[in-house]
Design a protein around this ligand. Structure first.
Ligand code: ADE
Ligand code: ZN
Length: 347
């Protein structure tokens, strides 16, 4: 069914219950908070104002962005900083009617600059607990390995995570994709799996289909982050569809990092048409100009998504989550009830 007006579509998107499955918590650091934390922690930053920071956010590829992203996280020093960062994210997506989030963090981005693993994770976990009790948002934590570092360093990070394994749902793989194929991390992912952790990996954001095959065959991922370039390989599309592998697609990120030239070229609608389990996510919202609903809204406008597409995307966000079967079923029902109520109201 199609909407009768853009306003109606916007209202439908705004209130539909949804989950976010691809969000780097360090990528939700808003320039205003960067400034406040720089002051609180007496950290020098090379910008005079929040507006100046925003002006620096013009990227031509992933690496351009990563250079600024790692610099930005330098203001995060204390457990309270990580709490404030994470809680601000939850409050923001609460306004978007997100009811579940599976968030990434980059411990090596902090330990490398002398911030203890425990400082970062304790602050994040405390905010996750408060998001559950105060906002009714459930969440899970995924620890990413930086792929520009060595597998040995990833093993050391997994070791550091030992005391927290009951609070970590899975491991992921992020940072510079080109030149750092998934095969580089096959052993550490096998170890993580043996420890009972889920595995996900960024694949096919910039990298070729061969990297995506490696993520599937060697890392044995449970979910794929991005996956845009899967569409270049028919056999890969068939594999992803047959296995209903969730893809955590990030439209505004793809636009900001020049993975696509314009949102109208985004492959999301095509992915849905091919029967792929695509989801919509924000990736690094403060850097890419939009949170969860902004991503839905901009993509719906550019690709003329209809109501069935939006419902499918919201449902996929739960189907592709690491929630248990019952919680997934309840969330799908909640969406069905939402749609019935919406239809009843518009008569
Ligand atoms: N780290 C934060 N955002 C990322 C992205 N979009 N791709 C790879 N690594 C990242
Ligand atoms: Zn990402």
């Amino acid at each position: 069914m199609s909407f009768t007006s853009p306003e109606q579509r916007q209202a439908f998107i705004a209130a539909i219950p949804k989950a976010e499955l691809h969000l780097h918590i360090e990528g939700s650091l808003e320039p205003e908070m960067m400034f406040a934390l720089a002051q609180r922690n007496a950290v020098d930053i090379p910008f005079a104002s929040a507006d100046e920071v925003r002006k620096a956010y013009a990227f031509s590829n992933l690496q351009d962005f990563l250079d600024i992203y790692y610099q930005g996280m330098n203001v995060l020093r204390t457990e309270q900083d990580f709490y404030d960062l994470t809680m601000a994210y939850f409050e923001r997506i609460h306004a978007d009617n997100a009811i579940h989030a599976e968030i990434f963090f980059d411990p090596q981005g902090h330990t490398e600059r002398g911030i203890a693993f425990s400082i970062a994770i304790d602050g994040i976990l405390r905010a996750m607990d408060d998001a559950g009790s105060k906002l009714g948002i459930s969440s899970q934590l995924i620890m990413c390995f930086l792929r520009h570092l060595s597998e040995k360093e990833a093993f050391a990070t997994l070791e550091e995570a030992s005391p927290y394994l009951d609070r970590i749902a899975g491991v992921g793989l992020d940072s510079s994709e080109m030149g750092h194929p998934p095969s580089k991390f096959a052993k550490v992912f096998a170890k993580a799996k043996a420890l009972g952790l889920k595995t996900v990996a960024h694949a096919g954001e910039e990298g070729p289909p061969e990297y995506i095959w490696e993520a599937l065959d060697l890392l044995k991922i449970d979910r794929m982050d991005h996956g845009n370039r899967s569409l270049e390989d028919e056999a890969l599309v068939k594999n992803l569809r047959d296995n209903q592998m969730a893809l955590t697609v990030c439209p505004l990120s793809n636009l900001a990092l020049c993975v696509i030239d314009k949102l109208e070229d985004h492959p999301l609608k095509k992915m849905l048409g091919l029967g792929l389990r695509a989801t919509v996510n924000s990736d690094d919202p403060s850097y890419f100009g939009g949170y969860l609903n902004d991503n839905y809204e901009a993509t719906a406008t550019a690709l003329n998504l209809d109501k069935d597409d939006i419902v499918n995307l919201a449902k996929n966000s739960f189907r592709g989550s690491f929630l248990g079967e019952d919680a997934i079923e309840q969330s799908l029902q909640r969406i069905d009830e939402y749609v019935s109520e919406f239809d009843r109201k518009i008569g």
